[in-house]
Design a protein around this ligand. Structure first.
Ligand SMILES: Cc1cc2nc3c(=O)[nH]c(=O)nc-3n(C[C@H](O)[C@H](O)[C@H](O)COP(=O)(O)OP(=O)(O)OC[C@H]3O[C@@H](n4cnc5c(N)ncnc54)[C@H](O)[C@@H]3O)c2cc1C
Length: 382
């Protein structure tokens, strides 16, 4: 049966950003409806899976600093309210080579600017400590602000807290149409019915381009399928015990997490993948990326079996400058959107949610977000 619902704010997309925005809005006393196209929890977007890396270091994007700081505090508060372990602090190992010295030094400087002290490590020390095989030209430091977010648990906690604050989460509710009413309110429509609201917050993840296209916004994003690969530890006494990011390779960086998801399996991935349509994620060929990560693991991780034993999939929505888009529709100030998190947006979910909630209520923002505007790409066709 078709439903017609009314709310102060309707949020579309129950990934980390939409769920966080919905929680902030419900706690601000707004009647909020969160619509999700799939049944939750699901593994078809970008926020699923067991872990994500968090750090307070902005690694060269100063505009991210207040969002990182706010999010770290919020994740701790959400953890306390949820009564579950969501955040595990543990230093992040940053790997590079002498050839990448300027980048490594810039990253280390960013650690210092975030109020932490990078701990530089000699290659031999790194190899002994983390079961790696880095060459003599390696450079490495530990970023003590690092940690691991338990991603599925985080999203589940945001949604539980949203419901506890009086919010309504409707899943299996794909939004097909968006209509701006003459008096300015917004109506979203789908097979399940209609929802009318004073404001609309759009957080559609990989579906951002087609959905925002319906309201005249052109998002220059590329959706990529990411191969999430797990590798068996050969000797548990000698294996990597920390999350890492490795910027040595010119083609892009590799990253990984220790065996906290599946016992005895370490996650090692490449930060990028082939372009896909989000509805056809599993049709694309992941062999090239798998081969690239295999060569990397075989070269640098003697502590791991040379073939992956599990492959899962996820999607990045990547902008040309790899920074996110958080903005208001240039014509309709009551339509707010967040997208293009380019494979790094999970950690800032709580701060993005707060920003979206403030924008949806017409409140001023505590910081300048112009660096994340859509207009920086100057292609918005209104
Ligand atoms: C493998 C992988 C590793 C990553 N590692 C890290 C990391 O270590 N640290 C970090 O900070 N970030 C990381 N990221 C990035 C981070 O996970 C994403 O940036 C973030 O999850 C994006 O969240 P989102 O809410 O924008 O999108 P999503 O989680 O995709 O949520 C969007 C939701 O909108 C729904 N939706 C779309 N269209 C509609 C519609 N028409 N109607 C109703 N619902 C709709 C979708 O079904 C989906 O549930 C990683 C991402 C991947 C894939």
């Amino acid at each position: 049966m078709s439903e017609i619902l009314e709310a102060d704010v309707v949020v579309v997309g129950a990934g980390v950003h939409g769920s966080s925005a919905a929680l902030h809005l419900a706690r601000a006393g707004k009647k909020t409806i969160l619509l999700e196209q799939f049944t939750v929890p699901h593994s078809r977007g970008s926020s699923h899976g067991q872990t994500r890396i968090i750090r307070q270091t902005n690694f060269g994007t100063p505009a991210l600093a207040p969002l990182l700081e706010d999010s770290y505090k919020q994740w701790k508060a959400i953890q306390a309210q949820a009564g579950d372990v969501l955040l595990r602090p543990s230093p992040l190992l940053v790997l590079g080579t002498k050839e990448k010295q300027p980048l490594m030094e810039q990253m280390a400087e960013s650690v210092r600017e975030s109020g932490h002290v990078p701990q530089w490590l000699a290659p031999a020390h790194v190899n002994n400590m983390f079961g790696l095989e880095c060459g003599g030209d390696a450079m490495a430091f530990l970023d003590p602000s690092g940690g691991v977010l338990m991603a599925d648990k985080c999203v589940g906690a945001l949604q539980r807290l949203f419901r506890a604050a009086g919010g309504m989460l409707l899943d299996g509710w794909p939004v097909a149409e968006i209509k701006v009413e003459p008096e300015g309110s917004v109506e979203v429509r789908g097979q399940r019915g209609k929802v009318r609201a004073a404001s609309l917050v759009l957080c559609p993840g990989p579906w951002a381009a087609p959905l925002l296209g319906k309201i005249g916004l052109h998002l220059p994003v590329r959706v990529e399928r990411i191969s999430v690969l797990y590798w068996r530890v050969k000797d548990s006494r000698r294996t990597t015990t920390t999350s890492f990011v490795d910027v040595s390779d010119d083609r892009g960086h590799f990253y990984g997490l220790p065996d906290i998801e599946y016992p005895g399996l370490v996650k090692v991935c490449f930060h990028g993948g082939p372009e896909v349509h989000p509805d056809q994620r599993d049709k694309c060929d992941g062999r090239e990326i798998r081969e690239r990560v295999m060569q990397y693991v075989q070269k640098k991780f003697p502590c791991l079996e040379p073939q992956p034993v599990i492959e899962e999939s996820c999607m990045y929505t990547t902008t040309p400058d790899e920074e996110c888009i958080v903005d208001t529709h240039p014509k309709y100030k009551n339509i707010i959107f967040a997208a293009g998190f380019s494979g790094t947006g999970f950690k800032i979910g709580p701060a993005v949610g707060r920003i979206l909630s403030l924008l949806a209520q017409g409140h001023p923002l505590p910081y300048d977000l112009s660096e994340f505007s859509l207009s920086r790409f100057s292609k918005s066709k209104i």
